[in-house]
Design a protein around this ligand. Sequence first.
Ligand SMILES: [Zn+2]
Length: 202
Amino acid sequence: MCEQVLGALGHCSNHWCSRADRHFSVVWSLSPLTTPLRWAIGRFKYRAEGLWAGVFARLLVGFLDDHMPWFDGYDLLVPVPAYTGPGARRRWDHMGAIAGAMTPLAGSRWPVSAGAIVKVAETPAFAHLPLAQRRSCAEARLRHALVVPAGPAVRGARILVLDDVFTEGSTLREVARAMLRAGALEVAGLAIARQPWTRGPP
Ligand SMILES: [Zn+2]
């Protein structure tokens, strides 16, 4: 899950990697979260510099194409949903913009469905929360803000969820949980960047 080298006993120090209730199967990332990537994602996400959508879309689809045997079995690409309604922290759905730019590039190989899961209320920002609080905040708030609209999109599908930065998995866990409950067969993650795991278990 976190791409660390396993210890002598074959175990990973990231507690998520051995948890049966994480709901998502596996997470891929294009790169560790480097300083230039953090800058580019920040310009895009927080300053709404929309031109980055095409850059990130091309990188993500290029990664899918380059690693075809891994991604052959996924039926649907779904961006992590954003809330952009009244009271939203940002009125800008940055992952939705990337998904939109991926649609013509991914073609019929990987259909993109931005509406397969939606977020109907604002939730506290995770970025500055301590690790231990992220999971409880996700369970208490994010879980109730995620809705999978009725319909055939998710049922029976193997889904790859797109996100900007994968940190410790609390967001993906809730997205995966909601889509599995709606009938998805598998939910995995694909992030532009991964925060390298530097902390031990809580
Ligand atoms: Zn691990």
